[in-house]
Design a protein around this ligand. Structure first.
Ligand code: SF4
Length: 400
């Protein structure tokens, strides 16, 4: 149903500021857009990239900017999207299609998804310090591949529009950081801006200057209006905290992301009675955390013939740990879905049947990451210390 325009909502400075932000966006697109026949939008389903996608479409249909020959909107599906955001993205996709803008879903191949890579091949969960494999594998590389194919088909470079947003301070110091999680950024956004190959696309961040309060304003009050495109973007603002969203500015990413300590976004969701059936999802991160423990992983003895400096590094997940985590995740999925059916709410798909079968096949084939055989001891096994130069300090034995 089309909503009525609430004229009094936009009076005063807020409306003025919004119009200024939108004007700057128009100026930046006008300055760079006409140089390209084709534009792409990297859309993660989070607040910033949803703002970008809906705003650009609005600007085109309202003839405030000149459309290129075609816009390709690419939705990055990590398979671990927070369910309400995923549901919102599906609805917005239909609305974009109603406006004549098709969305291509971009997803990592079966073996490269977060859970299949971890539980199938046995690669431990990513961590902040040394081992951050997820963003590139599940977000950047699939987008790169899709882009490579598109540019190959088109035979020319495209302009990639990203939802990178740094607020006013960034405009001042003109820095774009590759940050995954600062200031409520969507994981991957900065990476899209910095790492997509320059041979395939040039990148532009048309909402770089937008303040977070304008993002909420757009999602909650502007985009849902008929005159701005009639998009169902309120749910996205609701996921981030509804009326408190301006203060919370929560970062979203994969459900259970092991790289953050707080579940701010999911905690906000769970405050709404209708989403409370998703509560078991809170058990995902503890599962990932458990998997990083020594008893669940293998370790090199240091006596192998290798040039590695860290000769006794901890490595992959044991088969037992993979199976344990797999069962825990299936339990979480089943618990949520049993309630979802009773309450008539959307079901979750953490591991679909194809992914489950793939993981089981990896186990049957005794699959290990490169340079590991599965014969190494578990990482909690007491052993002599082997230093980078190969010298050995024997294990101190206590006792009689
Ligand atoms: S949200 Fe977390 S788990 Fe997902 S890609 Fe980003 S850092 Fe990795």
């Amino acid at each position: 149903m089309k909503k009525a325009v609430q004229t009094n909502l936009f009076e005063g400075t807020k409306r003025l500021q919004m119009n200024e932000s939108i004007d700057l966006t128009i100026q930046s697109i006008d300055a760079y857009g006409p140089g390209y026949n084709y534009w792409c939008i990297a859309w993660s389903g989070g607040k910033d990239s949803t703002t970008l996608a809906t705003l650009v479409v609005y600007l085109i249909i309202s003839k405030k900017i000149k459309a290129p020959k075609k816009i390709y909107i690419m939705y990055a599906d990590t398979r671990l999207e927070m369910l309400p955001l995923y549901v919102a993205a599906q609805t917005i996709m239909e609305e974009l299609a109603d406006h004549g803008f098709e969305v291509q879903v971009v997803m990592a191949s079966l073996e490269n998804r977060f859970l299949t890579y971890m539980l199938g091949r046995g690669v431990p969960p990513p961590n902040n310090a040394t081992f951050r494999w997820c963003t590139s594998r599940i977000k950047i590389e699939p987008m790169e591949k899709a882009l490579e194919k598109l540019v190959g088909d088109l035979g020319e470079k495209v302009l990639m529009l990203t939802g990178v947003r740094q607020g006013e301070s960034a405009i001042r110091d003109k820095r774009i950081v590759m940050s995954c999680g600062k200031n409520g950024a969507e994981c991957g956004q900065g990476w899209f801006q910095e790492t997509l190959p320059k041979s395939l696309c040039d990148t532009l961040a048309p909402i770089l200057h937008w303040r977070v309060c304008h993002v909420w304003e757009w999602l909650k009050h502007w985009a849902p209006l008929t005159e701005f495109g009639d998009f169902s973007t309120e749910l996205i603002a609701e996921v981030y905290g509804g009326d408190e969203a301006e203060e919370i500015n929560a970062r979203t990413g994969c459900s259970g992301c092991p790289l953050t300590d707080k579940d701010t976004a999911i905690d906000n969701i769970l405050k709404k009675p209708k989403w409370q059936y998703l509560a078991p999802i809170k058990r995902l991160r503890p599962v990932f955390r458990e998997l990083r423990k020594a008893q669940n992983r293998l370790r090199k003895t240091g006596l192998e013939n290798s040039n590695e400096r860290n000769k006794q590094r901890m490595g992959p997940l044991t088969m037992g740990a993979r199976e344990w985590a797999f069962n825990e995740i299936i339990k979480i999925q089943n618990e949520i879905n049993e309630r979802a059916i009773i309450e008539g709410m959307p079901m979750i798909s953490l591991l679909n049947e194809e992914e489950q079968a793939f993981i089981r096949k990896c186990w049957a084939e005794n699959l290990w990451p490169n340079k590991w055989t599965g014969d190494e001891p578990t990482a909690d096994t007491p052993m002599d210390t082997v230093y980078p130069d190969g010298s050995i300090q024997p294990l101190i034995q206590f006792g009689n």
